[in-house]
Design a protein around this ligand. Structure first.
Ligand code: ADP
Length: 260
């Protein structure tokens, strides 16, 4: 499989400090089965520290399963998952130092915005004085400071997703997993959220992001590298611009050509 040279995106300043190796995500020959169905087949991928890698591919190709395996919600039947040099394959989700945002917000409806963000910190055992300081910081990071006292039902979809991002980032994870975070939003909000995600990553250059999307233009806009999956395998991987310009194989060419 061809690995194309890194193409720096405009939002990754070249003067940014090198991200620490501790945030590298490594899949080493990871297999996942559901009953008789194998949905990841010896899946191998490295997401370098501070990079955004987007996983795209047909529905059912295993993108979400790959993400959930990093989060610790599915247990591989073979292979290893590394965060930095730590083998996290058998660690519980809360011990992995990972933030995750899914498509449908998953905020707690009975908790105010600030309580939702605090929940993630409490779950990680943060002290109350730390929580008091960190919650406003995180809400400011996603432009939601004035909504701290609202309930999720009083927010738009885009605002709820901002809160979900604030909650995921509150414990200062080294790795952020995003599973179709914008797909429930309408096109205009999606575009502005893409800009905000890019800005967020500029502000947090050490954060390593694995981003699952069915939207190729989202992947192209946001990611440094893109992986294309089919049938639980990585069929192509490369710098996002070059992958689109020079698909390394027929499947990649057909997949990328089909959607536009
Ligand atoms: P993608 O994100 O690319 O659409 P998924 O990782 O969600 O793909 O799913 C990969 C395959 O695994 C699909 O065939 C899906 O039906 C199956 N699958 C996903 N989750 C489960 C589950 N909890 N139990 C059984 N099969 C599942």
């Amino acid at each position: 499989m061809e690995r194309t040279p890194h193409i720096a995106k405009p939002f990754v300043a070249s003067a940014a400090p090198a991200a620490s190796d501790g945030s590298r995500i490594g899949f080493e020959n990871v297999s996942v089965t559901y009953g008789a169905l194998t949905v990841l087949h010896s899946f191998t991928l490295t997401v370098n520290p501070g990079e955004i890698v987007a996983l795209i591919g047909p529905s059912g190709s295993g993108k979400t399963t790959a993400l959930r395996a990093v989060a610790g919600f599915v247990r591989p039947s073979g292979g290893r998952i590394l965060i930095g040099d730590r083998d996290v394959t058998h660690l519980a989700p809360y011990d992995r130092k990972i933030g995750m945002v899914v498509q449908n917000y998953a905020l707690f409806p009975h908790m105010r915005v600030e309580e939702n963000v605090a929940f993630g910190l409490r779950a990680h055992g943060a002290a109350e004085d730390v929580i008091k300081k960190r919650v406003p910081e995180c809400l400011a990071m996603v432009g939601m400071s004035t909504y701290a006292k609202r309930y999720p039902r009083e927010l738009s979809g885009g605002q709820q997703q901002r809160v979900a991002i604030a909650r995921a980032l509150a414990p200062k994870p080294q790795v952020l997993l995003l599973d179709e975070p914008l797909s429930a939003l309408d096109a205009q909000i999606r575009r502005s959220m893409l800009d905000e995600l890019a800005k967020l990553h500029r502000d947090l250059p050490n954060l390593t992001v694995l981003y699952v999307t069915h939207d190729q233009s989202e992947a192209l806009t946001l990611a440094n590298h893109i992986g294309i999956m089919r049938d639980g395998k990585l069929k192509a991987f490369g710098g996002s611009q070059s992958l689109f310009r020079h698909p390394p194989n027929r499947f990649a060419a057909e997949f990328l050509g089909r959607a536009n």
